[in-house]
Write a protein that binds this ligand. Structure first.
Ligand code: ATP
Length: 514
């Protein structure tokens, strides 16, 4: 575990050192849980967004995009329930003065029981070798059964407390489980209180004329309030979807873990409108479609899992998370929710407008049901970084830091180096770039020895490097070097585009989805 934390720290500093992610307003020592993306980060982030956008809007005839404003009429958030209920239960430790989410403390405790069981299983697996039967072991081993009974009882009690919104019971669970503050190590806890996560501001210039508005805590409501506009102007027939990428803001209580939990972040959300009664079928379909999108990146199926929700929001009739194996455990990257007709009905009620769909097949009007897929760009970015980062031991005792980014997501696709700064080599290198830059992102580098230049490109995940040497001037060939295998081969300049373009395009990923 300590080793994993170490790796995570290295990833955070790598992000800063190589221009991926900086603390916001860094010269003023940063602002809690707010980050800026640097010259390489913005490229990677844009590629992630493009992969998502195209998988939705290009690959589905019945999904269109919008870009709604961040500011919305304040009644939106009354109707959606956010003003009254977008709360987190928070608890303070009196000794460390640190604030925590009560639900997260308890969920971490449940995860600890799971880890204990996993430890017993792996010990037994070692002991029994090939003959080990995990299902049999877990259903008969007394120690495992005891831990599992405790875990399940806690889980049940927690789910009930959350569903009932019982803050005293949440506190009692923390006391009964003897959960301590990770900083002070004590159990000196305050009461549990609800805390609304929305940021407020004012529009209008004078105090009298001004009215309170919110920074949107999710992009979804911008889609719901535009349902009629898009359905009518796009003459959309059910089932159809509306996709959107944009900023969202939450005044998160616990702001740790780098870009995993930010106060300003970006979401990629798609609301899929369906006929009532078909929503659970579509929920299953979208679960599979979204999982396939993640797995097409090639990080290994074992690093993903679904986590079905215990506490369904009052409007949902099914919900799951896609979790990814981060260095700090399996964590939510995306939520998929069956939201019934709650949002559209609420907006109809609060706006006084009829928000329905006229079904030409059955000649009836009804309020569509909605399946939502909601993924955080920044969390996705973090998962890509975590999985790609490697400190690789090379033969001969050397190590190199390399980002094995999927080529389609890499910020720079090709780096072109003149072997030396003279004899027309820089000009030749520039010529190659001038030709290829229309097709993918190329970078020119002439400083330092070739070995060092390779290392710098490995560190930002550039899949290909090309070196121009005196032989190039004679026969138009260059050395092409592969980031992962580090193999070099001689190819003709005219072949470069054909070799590289397919590998580095978003299309190569999209094709895996069909
Ligand atoms: P969590 O339980 O981790 O707070 P959530 O269940 O509230 O997340 P949703 O409201 O379902 O999250 O939001 C959908 C997605 O938006 C999440 O899966 C996550 O990727 C992203 N997201 C939510 N909050 C944040 C945040 N504070 N920082 C970065 N990404 C976030």
């Amino acid at each position: 575990m300590a080793q994993q934390e170490d790796v995570f720290k290295k990833i955070v500093s790598h992000c800063k050192e190589y221009g991926f992610v900086f603390p916001s307003s860094d010269i003023y020592d940063g602002l809690g849980a707010v980050y800026d993306y640097g010259q390489n980060g913005v490229e990677l982030k844009n590629n992630i967004k493009q992969y998502w956008w195209q998988s939705m809007v290009l690959l589905h005839q019945n999904i269109v995009g919008i870009d709604a404003a961040i500011f919305m009429h304040p009644t939106t958030w009354k109707a959606s329930g956010h003003v009254d209920a977008f709360n987190d239960p928070l608890i303070d430790n009196r000794d460390s003065k640190k604030r925590y989410r009560a639900d997260v403390l308890i969920e971490d405790q449940i995860a600890k029981y799971d880890e204990k069981i996993e430890k017993e299983v792996s010990k037994a697996r070692k002991r029994f070798g090939d003959s080990f039967d995990e299902v049999m072991f877990c259903s008969t081993n007394q120690r495992v059964l005891d831990i599992k009974a405790k875990r399940d009882a806690l889980h049940e009690r927690y789910a009930q407390a959350m569903n009932a919104g019982d803050l005293n019971e949440l506190r009692q669970i923390i006391l009964d489980e003897e959960i301590v503050c990770p900083i002070s190590g004590t159990r000196n806890w305050t009461e549990v209180r609800q805390f609304n996560l929305m940021f407020k501001t004012e529009v209008g210039s004078t105090a009298e004329g001004a009215s309170t508005i919110y920074l949107r805590p999710e992009t979804a409501q911008g889609i719901f309030v535009n349902y009629l506009n898009v359905q009518k102007t796009g003459r959309m027939k059910l089932p159809f979807g509306i996709a959107q990428i944009g900023k969202a803001f939450r005044n998160e209580i616990v702001a740790r873990q780098f870009i995993f939990r930010m106060r300003e972040f970006e979401q990629m959300e798609m609301q899929f409108f369906v006929k009532p009664g078909t929503e659970l079928e579509w929920f299953q379909k979208w679960k599979q479609t979204r999982m396939a999108w993640h797995q097409a990146l090639g990080f290994g199926a074992e690093n993903y899992r679904f986590h079905d929700h215990d506490k369904l929001a009052h409007y949902a009739n099914a919900a799951t998370d896609i979790e990814f194996h981060m260095p700090f455990g399996f964590k939510e990257v995306e939520g998929i929710h069956s939201r019934t007709n709650f949002d559209l009905s609420q907006h109809a009620k609060y706006s006084g407008k009829k928000i329905e769909y006229f079904d030409p097949d059955t000649n009836e009007s009804y309020t569509p049901y909605v399946i939502e897929t909601s993924i955080g760009v920044d969390r996705m970015f973090l998962s890509v970084m975590c999985h790609s980062f490697e400190e690789e031991q090379l033969p001969g005792g050397e190590t190199r830091t390399v980002l094995h980014l999927p080529a389609a997501l890499a910020p720079v696709k090709l780096a072109v180096f003149p072997l030396t700064k003279k004899d027309g080599l820089p000009e030749k290198a520039q010529e190659i770039i001038n030709d290829l830059r229309f097709h993918f992102n190329c970078k020119y580098e002439e400083k330092d020895q070739i070995g060092k230049r390779y290392r710098r490109m490995d560190a930002i995940g550039t899949p290909y490097c090309v070196t121009v040497d005196p032989q190039t001037l004679q026969d138009n060939t260059v050395t092409l070097r592969d980031r992962d295998t580090m193999e070099q081969r001689r190819v003709n300049i005219s072949e470069l585009r054909g070799i590289i373009e397919d590998q580095v395009s978003i299309t190569s990923l999209l094709k895996k989805l069909l």
